[in-house]
Write a protein that binds this ligand. Structure first.
Ligand SMILES: [Zn+2]
Length: 365
């Protein structure tokens, strides 16, 4: 295929066509100009890293003549297929938890956890939450992709997101392909924690670090997406604009308010909080609890909250009845929980355990 030439990062926003963020310009230019078959994009979650990878995939799959700018051109058959979301030469590999529909988890809508088939083991009896990991079974179809020729006569592109969610077997399977890349196949890996990607996989890719946007870059971008009170939304999202944008979705905003009621209202119990936050899911609930207790510790130590500036008074009220030691202990307990939260466990029990940690910790002296 034609080697992609450097193009501007200021691609027009176009429905269905992923574009890099304004703060990606330098990384985009370097990645496009490199022409390497495998790229490892890494940076904090929510700064547009997935969007960057999908935009790069579109760039590689664009069928405009070599040297055409911008790329993706938005006009060619390859670009039209990307926009329609069904380009036959693109594969996006993500953990089941990112792609599973809500009805797959709770098909009868009765609030119980239903059986989610563990396709990797071919069983289907375990009451497991959808996996947060990328497993070997998801990599096997890539071997078939490598055997067949490209549908559109250009590259075949594989996006792995996040690459640090691959288990050992999946990582080894990918390594084999990276060591001897099938002709015309190109790989885009996205990682949040680079050290969790195996050193051998890392060594086979060009690394492209993505910077955190500055406030001056992120706030106008969020405002342009229609997010109200962009600066506070950004703080709540830990500085990640994509997370701030996702949080602004009305359904998600309602879930976020339900979560906030659970942490601030004295009447909530672990059981009621687990029920209230079931739709949010344990990994997100834990992530928010970690940020919340981080702010509790900051307020207790006399600093301003980092993630929840609007809840400063509530944080002060809660922190005033606790010792600094109890706050720190609670925050550490929740941080430790993050080590196993990616493993598929019973979703409801996991949520109840998290909330039990929180309420027991809040009562600590
Ligand atoms: Zn095109």
């Amino acid at each position: 295929m034609a080697r992609a030439t450097a193009t501007t990062a200021t691609l027009p926003d176009h429905p269905g066509m992923p574009a890099p963020m304004p703060w990606h310009t330098a990384a985009w230019t370097a990645a496009v100009a490199s022409g390497v078959p495998s790229i490892l994009v890494h940076g904090a979650p929510g700064i547009g890293e997935r969007r960057f990878a999908l935009a790069m995939a579109a760039c590689w799959l664009c069928e405009a003549p070599s040297g055409h700018s911008p790329r993706p051109c938005l006009e060619c058959p390859g670009c039209k297929l990307i926009e329609a979301g069904n380009h036959p030469d693109l594969r996006v590999v993500e953990p089941a938890a990112m792609t599973v529909d809500a009805e797959d988890v709770d098909a009868d809508g009765n609030g119980d956890e239903d059986i989610v088939e563990d396709k990797d083991k071919g069983k289907g009896k375990s009451k497991a939450a959808p996996s947060q990991l990328i497993v070997i079974g998801q990599l096997r179809p890539l071997n078939e992709l490598a055997q067949i020729s490209s549908h559109r006569g250009g590259a075949r592109v594989v996006v792995i997101h996040p690459a640090d969610a691959m288990n050992v077997a999946a990582s080894n399977a990918l390594l084999k392909m990276l060591e001897e890349p099938p002709a015309g196949m190109r790989f885009l890996l996205v990682a949040h924690r680079l050290q969790r990607v195996s050193a051998t996989v890392r060594s086979r890719c060009m690394r492209v670090p993505l910077p955190m946007p500055t406030l001056a870059q992120a706030v106008p971008w969020l405002q342009a997406q229609g997010v109200e009170d962009a600066a506070n939304a950004l703080a709540l999202a830990g500085g990640s604009p994509q997370v701030a944008l996702d949080n602004a979705d009305p359904v998600r905003a309602a879930l976020s308010r339900a979560w906030l009621r659970c942490v601030t209202e004295g009447s909530a119990t672990a059981l009621s909080a687990a029920r209230e936050t079931k739709e949010i899911g344990a990994p997100q609930v834990l992530s928010w609890l970690v940020q919340w207790t981080h702010d509790l510790a900051r307020v207790k130590a006399g600093a301003a909250p980092r993630f929840h500036p609007l809840q400063a008074t509530t944080l002060q009220r809660l922190a005033s009845s606790m010792t600094l030691r109890a706050v720190t202990r609670l925050h550490r307990t929740l941080l430790q929980r993050q080590r196993w939260i990616r493993h598929p466990l019973n979703a409801q029990l996991t949520l109840e355990a998290l909330w039990l940690d929180y309420f027991q910790g809040m009562g600590g002296r």
